[in-house]
Write a protein that binds this ligand. Structure first.
Ligand code: FES
Ligand SMILES: [Fe+2]
Length: 445
């Protein structure tokens, strides 16, 4: 059943009208409800309507838009249901099995990427086990205090090294006592003199910044700490901001579901209707998307909002309405900042900035670690404001986690999925999908 040809050919649109239709979507930045067209739109058309689209929704295959007999022939737009590719021109069926919704690429996450392995406060002189991008990792500090990350499986007989212990700065396996130095090299086999050649653990590049232990999961020679998000700009690791660490959670859901959750804060009005003061206003506030090379921000600007109980506690002197920013700033797949500045609506004077920093690390293709840090540049000597944030987080975070785990169960159920529909508010999240897919494809290239 060709998707664009419900009338068996009679209703097939003329190519020119069809291209004009696609262009409207491009201009408005709205994805087309038919996935294949949305994919083509996302990648643009040539000036004359020709050119290649890339199937971002399903498989990433390039879809030629130019008919071999000339630009604009109707047949170019007849789409084969089975492969979601353009038929008649010999395109292979797409391999939908390997792509991980909502991405269209086979690899579920980028590896040439700094991720957060742990809060800095979690890593000390005991071995900490954490699954990162499907690999068991152990984290600890040397006697000098340097944070270290090594592969977590013993190459002797696959014993989990987290069940071992530290001997000085070396990791000793708990099974037969092989020891591995902080560089990962095996330095002692108790049952023999000398060590087997090539016996070593992978050592991950690590950086400590903003109270976080960052781990580079790609090729070690490509690790550049300059590519870690500028966490100081959002309040981390600074003496003039107050920061709280919320308990780390491991979520049975793919990390992309949390990214999409955080980029569409209209969910606040519904999922968090009882837990976020003033949240009932959020869904109705118009959004705009601001893009830079390193970030994408979905902005909401709340105007003349009545004081809610939280703002009253944060700014007891404030008596009138406020302007409040509800940002969602994507700083990479590892981190999203929500929240933002608040102003006195009468004078425009800034009251302060309250950021919610969401830290996302895939544990496996369908599980993730989720950390939240709250950071504010006001009332930094008032710990009760931090305690309020921790208390709110303990009620809000489970609501998001429940939603994400419910979606993950649906995705894994094998049920027939409805064709995805997006609203205008999803524009930012869809752009982030494209960014993430491009990042992953660039690694494979
Ligand atoms: S399994 Fe680790 S030393 Fe044998
Ligand atoms: Fe939420």
């Amino acid at each position: 059943m060709p998707l664009l040809d419900p009338g068996g050919g009679r209703n097939r649109p003329r190519a020119g009208a069809f291209i004009a239709h696609l262009r409207k979507h491009i201009e408005r930045g709205i994805e087309h409800p038919q996935p294949i067209l949305g994919a083509i739109i996302a990648n643009g058309l040539g000036a004359d309507g020709s050119g290649a689209g890339r199937c971002n929704v399903v498989c990433g295959h390039v879809l030629p838009m130019t008919h071999p007999e000339g630009v604009g022939k109707d047949e170019c737009f007849s789409i084969d249901k089975e492969c979601w590719s353009i038929d008649k021109h010999g395109h292979k069926p797409c391999n939908r099995e390997n792509a991980m919704y909502p991405l269209s690429v086979d690899q579920p996450y980028p590896r040439n990427q700094w991720w957060v392995a742990a809060y800095a406060s979690e890593v000390g002189r005991d071995l900490l086990a954490r699954d990162i991008l499907g690999e068991p990792v152990i984290l600890y500090r040397s006697a000098a205090g340097e944070a270290l990350a090594l592969a977590g499986i013993c190459p002797h007989r696959a014993f989990p090294l987290a069940k071992g212990c530290l001997v000085g700065d070396a990791v000793q396996c708990g099974y037969h006592g092989f020891q591995f130095g902080p560089d990962g090299a095996c330095q002692n086999v108790p049952s023999q003199s000398g060590v087997p050649q090539n016996a070593r653990l992978r050592r991950y590049p690590v950086a400590e910044r903003g109270g976080l232990i960052w781990i580079w999961t790609g090729a070690a020679e490509r690790a550049d700490p300059a590519n870690i998000p500028d966490v100081a700009s959002i309040g981390l690791g600074r003496p003039d901001w107050a920061v709280e660490e919320h308990p780390i959670k491991t979520v049975d859901g793919r990390y992309t579901l949390l990214i999409e959750n955080l980029l569409d804060l209209s969910h606040v009005t519904f999922i968090h209707d009882k837990t976020i003061p003033g949240g009932e206003k959020v869904a109705a506030i118009p959004v705009s998307v601001i893009e830079t090379q390193t970030s994408l921000t979905v902005q909401r600007r709340g105007e003349n909002l009545p004081l809610n109980p939280l703002i009253k506690m944060q700014f007891p002197e404030q008596t009138g309405p406020v302007h409040q920013h509800f940002d969602s700033e994507y700083l990479g797949p590892c981190m999203i900042r929500t929240g933002g500045a608040m102003y006195d609506a009468a004078t425009g004077a800034e009251l302060g900035i309250q950021n919610y920093i969401h830290i996302i690390t895939p544990a496996s293709p369908t599980r993730m670690h989720y950390m939240v840090m709250t950071a504010r540049n006001f009332g930094i000597d008032q710990p009760h404001l931090g305690e309020i944030q921790i208390g709110m987080g303990s009620r809000i975070q489970p609501e998001d986690i429940d939603a994400i785990e419910a979606i993950e169960r649906v995705l894994q159920s094998g049920a027939t999925m409805p064709q995805e529909i997006s609203a205008r508010v999803d524009n930012g999240a869809l752009k982030v999908r494209r960014r993430l897919e491009a990042q992953i494809r660039a690694e494979a290239a």
